[in-house]
Design a binder for this molecule. Structure first.
Ligand code: GRF
Length: 210
């Protein structure tokens, strides 16, 4: 489910095409007809569905249609990749611990906003490290169990764009990797924390430039 450029969706679909991610992408659902992700779906031969708010009386009705599409396409697992609406409890409940989101900060810092707000907040706060987080979606916004994180440095001359670009590069590594853990059934959740088989490190550290 995505609303924007779709670079994360592209990274996921490319990982599937390469065989690095053993998954079948059933559908891409967007709430925006002008989202770049629609073209990306077409390039990869994946059917997409646009479900705009204006076609429905309420957000609940809109999301009921999205849930219907997920069920009709026999979707077992959902990846939010820049999806601009907050999921209603009906969808969250239908997919317990089966919905992931990617957020452009090291949660719980800078939770809540859509990109590029978290990146702008990180710059404003003067943090020296930011990054991205993949987490399970619950009804608490950006506060579901963290699955994996990738930190990146914040450089003195960074702009929102340059920081966002550095974070996005990590997002594109992190998201397909985490999805493969779920495809392999290698994650387990206890006490609200996600654990992955011992050989997996749930952090992607930046490559040393030295
Ligand atoms: C990313 O920054 C992601 O962390 C956030 O929305 C943005 C989506 O970018 N949730 P894209 O559409 O995948 O390029």
């Amino acid at each position: 489910m995505a609303s924007g450029t779709g670079s994360n969706a592209a990274a996921i679909l490319s990982a599937v095409d390469r065989g690095d991610l053993q998954a079948h992408v059933t559908t891409i659902i967007s709430n925006r007809s002008d989202a770049g992700v629609i073209d990306i779906a077409a390039q990869h031969g994946v059917p997409s569905h646009v479900v705009p708010r204006k076609d429905f009386d309420s957000r609940n009705a809109q999301q009921r249609r999205m849930l219907e599409l997920l069920q009709m396409t026999q979707t077992e697992f959902v990846a939010l990749a820049g999806f601009s609406s907050i999921l209603k409890p009906e969808i969250v409940t239908a997919y317990p611990n089966q919905i992931l989101n990617i957020h452009p900060s090291l949660l719980p810092a800078f939770a809540g906003g859509m990109a590029p707000q978290p990146q702008a907040e990180a710059l404003k706060a003067g943090v020296k490290v930011s990054g991205c987080t993949v987490h399970l979606v619950t009804n608490a916004i950006d506060a579901g169990p963290i699955v994996a994180q990738a930190p990146v440095p914040v450089l003195p001359d960074d702009t929102v764009d340059s920081l966002s670009k550095r974070i996005l590069e990590q997002e594109h590594q992190l998201y397909p990797m985490v999805l493969q853990w779920f495809a392999d059934g290698r994650t387990h959740i206890s006490d609200g924390q996600v654990h992955v088989g011992p050989e997996e490190n749930q952090v992607i550290w930046p490559k040393s430039e030295h």
